[in-house]
Design a protein around this ligand. Structure first.
Ligand SMILES: O=C(O)c1cc(=O)[nH]c(=O)n1[C@@H]1O[C@H](COP(=O)(O)O)[C@@H](O)[C@H]1O
Length: 273
């Protein structure tokens, strides 16, 4: 999917919501456990309940890997079930020496046919470039993450008083254009968002950390939106586990709808003209 297509979907749906499919077998409603593939069954119901309200789905690969071979099957079926006009993110946070990254790229782009994959930048150019070989596939590079530990390395500043995350954003723009590269900026880090936007004015950002981690959707939208919106705001637990009884799908839809309606308001208010 191109950046223009993504923006078109955002405008049509008045939404920049990414639903996180962090599907934990221990948290899904008990009545689904009798299904042959409970994780897929849960995802299918969540996708049916939210597909008209979001522009992206982000399965977190850890939740599938933890189930062994069955988990990979659930992931494959989930991917095939997601409507083709919705952007898909493999949240795998990979990156290794070149020949290994090439295989990770093959897994997520060729085998699963994801649109994008999250990548850790810290092994440098040769670990990221193998993910950039197809023009329609995206790398979403970790820049400033939402977790408290992001201050251990990402917020260390060098002699020229640049933070490590700023070095990541500047340097990586030599490796790919805004048509193939996004950055992860945690929703809990809005105090740095304007600084990040100044470094990458036209890029899309994947912003996780609203809801369960406490980030503010309005602050992200006010400080981070660019002319193509430039934001995919992820919420996982708050949507997919909004309820865990027989009406869990309606509850998930209600939470996704609440976020979409807020987003429609912020697109009206903050999208630069
Ligand atoms: O790359 C990510 O998606 C990610 C980066 C980050 O800085 N913080 C972060 O929470 N995430 C992911 O975003 C999701 C957040 O889930 P909730 O807190 O349940 O909405 C999880 O899948 C995390 O792994």
């Amino acid at each position: 999917m191109t950046r223009a297509e993504l923006f078109q979907n955002i405008q049509q749906k008045e939404s920049y919501l990414c639903v996180g499919l962090d599907t934990d077998i221990k948290k899904i409603p008990s009545h689904l456990l009798a299904a042959p593939d409970p994780i897929f069954e849960f995802n299918k119901i969540i996708i049916d309940a939210t597909a008209d309200l979001c522009v992206a789905y982000k399965p977190n690969i850890a939740f599938y890997e933890a189930q062994g071979p069955k988990g990979w099957e659930s992931l494959e079926k989930t991917l095939a079930y997601i409507p083709k006009d919705i952007f898909t993110i493999a949240d795998a946070k990979r990156g290794d020496i070149g020949n290994t990254s090439e295989l990770y790229a093959r897994t997520f782009f060729d085998y699963f046919n994801f649109d994008s994959v999250t990548v850790a930048p810290y092994m440098g150019a040769d670990s990221v470039k193998p993910f950039l070989i197809k023009p329609d596939k995206w790398v979403i590079l970790l820049a400033l993450t939402s977790n408290p530990g992001s201050q251990d390395f990402q917020l260390i500043s060098s002699e020229n008083s640049k933070y490590l995350f700023e070095e990541v954003i500047q340097k990586s723009q030599q490796w790919a254009t805004k048509e193939q590269l996004m950055y992860v900026i945690g929703a809990t880090r809005t105090d740095y968002l304007q600084r990040v936007r100044a470094l990458a004015p036209e890029h899309f950002f994947l912003v996780p950390g609203v809801g369960a981690q406490g980030g503010s959707l309005e602050e992200i939208s006010r400080l981070g939106m660019n002319k193509q919106c430039g934001l995919l705001v992820n919420s996982a637990r708050n949507i997919i586990y909004a309820g865990n009884g027989p009406d869990f799908a309606q509850q998930a839809r209600q939470e996704a709808r609440r976020m979409q309606q807020e987003m429609a308001e912020y697109l009206e208010k903050y999208l630069p003209v």
